[in-house]
Design a protein around this ligand. Structure first.
Ligand SMILES: O=S(=O)([O-])[S-]
Length: 411
């Protein structure tokens, strides 16, 4: 089996050449330590997930394990599927460590580290859980917007909160806080999505005061405050003038981040280009996607695409094209991906071809086997696990600096 050494992998990351680093162990093992841009695809899921996550058969795939013998097996599966440039990391994960390179814990580490960098560079304003509770209790002029997926919000949420998944915030916040005096508080489970959501509204120039709920539902729980469960409040859909106004705000932000706009002809040309991976994502909510989407575009709601970029786009250095009939969601999502070092395009609204209906070709969800138990999910987490998770997040900025392959910038 062909091999590649740790230094050459690092070189590809630094020079932005396409490379995919695959960890075929289970998610729990992956979460104990992995290179920043590694993507976890467990051995038994390769055949199911590879066609959507790794669309180019001649892309360079590097596989490693920790001596369990999984990497060789995974390489054979990829070869059997038709992937032609499959290599093993010489010496496995230990060689990465021995070279003095960083290992990151948890999952979606690159996105979470990026969120920390955004907060540090932009001084994203936040309020502690006790202060937010006091504001709610005294009936102050505040709205709480939950930037997570709707199913996460339904599981547990901040009292009075309304579900507005991340990429919908700029579009829909105005409908929930039409008075510019109203303070908007953005929450998630921990830190990343509230930082990105808060900073999205600030970057877009919303006139309201905007604050993140510091440390999300974890911070709320650690403060001894109770969460609601089973809530169904969703922000209303937005169209017409409000959508146009949102787009004028996001267009400027995306431009500043270096996003490019293309039409269908440009898109066809990009898709034809040999030797480059092209991801196409429709960033709207799953229910909007199902009603009609452009053929070839997979659904990745924008907030989650920024949050779980390693899942949706494991090929580091690939190109990404985003679609959204109203534009604002794609542009805000693209602005973040560009800052995370991706070559990202927005398909200009106005597509006039046939649309497809349904959920597209997404792989069926994974089962519970080998799953890493996230300390920010569900209602049964231990205090120490939640605090340890927050402490880990605070350390990510120093890790990014030591690793130095990220190529992130913050506008
Ligand atoms: O974005 S998050 O902190 O809820 S994982």
């Amino acid at each position: 089996m062909t091999t590649i050494d740790a230094r050459s992998i690092r070189h590809a990351l630094l020079t932005r050449n396409e490379i995919t680093i695959i960890d075929p162990r289970d998610e729990h093992s992956f979460a104990q330590g992995h290179p920043l841009f590694a993507a976890q695809i467990p051995l038994e899921r390769i055949a199911i997930e590879a066609p959507t996550r790794l669309p180019r058969l001649d892309a360079l795939l590097v596989i490693y394990d920790q001596g369990e013998g999984l990497a060789e097996k995974a390489a054979s599966v990829f070869k059997g599927l038709g992937y032609s440039d499959v290599r093993l990391l010489e010496g496995g994960l230990q060689a990465w460590r021995d070279a003095g390179y960083e290992l990151f814990q948890d999952v979606n580490s690159a996105s979470k580290a990026f969120g920390e960098l955004v907060e540090q560079r932009r001084h994203t304003p936040s309020l502690p859980a006790q202060e937010v509770k006091a504001l709610i209790d005294e009936g102050a002029d505040v709205v709480v917007l939950d930037a997570r997926r709707f199913d996460e919000y339904r599981t547990m949420s901040i009292p009075t909160g309304t579900s507005v998944p991340g990429a919908e915030l700029v579009l829909r916040a105005g409908a929930l806080a039409p008075d510019p005096q109203t303070t908007i508080i953005v929450n998630c489970a921990g830190r990343t999505r509230s930082i990105i959501g808060t900073q999205s509204l600030i970057n877009a120039g919303l006139p309201n005061p905007v604050r993140a709920l510091r440390n999300g539902t974890i911070g709320w729980t650690l403060a001894g405050q109770s969460l609601e469960t089973g809530q169904q409040r969703r922000a209303p859909a937005v169209e017409g003038d409000a959508a146009t106004q949102a787009r004028s705000r996001t267009h400027e932000v995306a431009y500043r981040a270096g996003v490019k706009w293309i039409d269908s002809t440009d898109l066809a040309a990009l898709a034809e280009e040999p030797g480059r991976t092209l991801y196409r994502f429709d960033v709207r909510l799953p229910e909007d996607y199902a009603l009609g989407h452009i053929p070839g575009f997979l659904n990745a709601q924008g907030g989650q695409l920024v949050q779980e970029t390693d899942h949706f786009a494991p090929v580091r250095g690939a190109r990404i094209v985003l679609a959204d009939d109203l534009g604002a969601r794609a542009e805000m999502t693209a602005s973040w991906l560009a800052q995370m070092g991706w070559e990202v395009y927005v398909l200009s609204p106005g597509y006039s071809g046939e649309l497809e209906q349904g959920q597209g070709v997404a792989p069926p969800p994974r089962g519970p086997e080998g799953r890493y138990k996230r300390p920010y999910e569900g209602t049964d987490n231990k205090t120490e696990a939640m605090q340890a998770y927050l402490d880990w997040e605070f350390g990510l900025i120093a890790q990014l600096q030591r690793d130095a392959t990220h190529g992130f910038f913050v506008i």
